[in-house]
Each structure stands twice: as C-alpha cells, then as structure tokens.
Design a protein around this ligand. Sequence first.
Ligand code: GRF
Length: 202
Amino acid sequence: MTLNIAVLISGRGSNLQSIIDNVESGYIPNACISVVISDKKDSYGLERAMNHGINAVFIDPAAYEPKEHFENALLDVLAKFSTDVLLLAGFMRILGSNVIKAYSNRIMNIHPALLPSFKGLHAQKQALDYGVKIAGCTVHFVDEGMDSGPIILQKSVPVLDSDTEDSLSERILAQEHIIFPEAVKLFAEGRLDVKGRRVHIL
Ligand code: GRF
C-alpha cells in the first residue's frame, strides 16, 4: 500500500522540497505526494510541486468565506486525493476542528522553535529576543490548539552572540529539513505510537 501524502503550504516551500526529495530517494518508503495545496496563489512551493509532476492546487481563501467554507473545500481536495497524512509545511493558517477531527493524529506540522517555547509567528525572533542560548525546531502532530499537539521529533541548535534573525533562522531551517522527513518516514513505517501527549517511536 502506498501512503498518500498531502502537503499544505503558504510560501517558498523549502520544507516541501525536502519531503519531495526524500520521497523520491526512497528514504520515506512506500509513499507518494499526491497533492500540494496552497492558500497563496503565487507560492513558490506550487511551482516546486509542478516541477516534480505533483498535483498543485490553489484554494483561494477569499473565494471561500467564512473559514469553514475554506476548510470544506480543503477536505474535498484531501478526499479527492485519498489523503492518508497531511503535512503542514509553512502553512500560515490555523486549521479548524472539522479538519483536525477528520485527520486525527494524521496531521504533522514543522515549527521553528523548541516547543512549547515560542509558539506562533516569528518564533526565531522570539527566541533571539528572549535571549535563549539553545534554539531549534519541532515536528508535532496537530491538535486544535496553536503549535500545541504531541511532539514527534525535536532538534536543537546553538544561538550565537553574532546571530541575527536571518542567521538563526537559516541554522534552524537546515535542521527542519532533516527532522520533518525523518518524522514522515517514521509515520510511513508505522512506528509512531501516540499515547496522550507522548509519542513513542517503535
Ligand atoms: C519554516 O521555518 C517552518 O518551520 C515554518 O514556516 C517556514 C516555512 O518555510 N512553519 P518553507 O516554506 O518550508 O521554506
């Protein structure tokens, strides 16, 4: 059986690219990316999908007001592509309970901070401004809160005195590109066992 992956994006899609590359190389086994969906028409990630012959779909939030209509349109696309797992790779919206319930423990997000610190936007800047010495990234299952679901993998990086938001973001991003595919691989291999807040790797 092939695992059908759907990826939701809003922007440049470098994490999407890392998933594409790791599916193509076979590191993520028995899987295909069946669709990439963006809420922004000009997302570079849509182009990346098309460059790899992957279905690329733009769902226009302005055409689907209120938010529930957008999510119904999203659910339709996910069903059409027989989605088994949904990856949020730089998707800038909070998903409502209809979507979360339909894909319970089957939605993963990558966040550029060591959760539960620095949830929400500009996580790398939040970390710098706070003055932490260790920053990092987290892959977690998505629940109805913001950046609050069970943690699958985390990776830390040092914060240097000379860091700017850009340099720290870049160092974190390099690790995002490693742990997101790793988490998807574990999922594809059926090795993630969720017990309450804890995710055990089998
Ligand atoms: C990444 O830093 C990710 O952690 C955050 O949004 C950014 C998306 O970057 N959620 P990209 O579109 O994958 O390049």
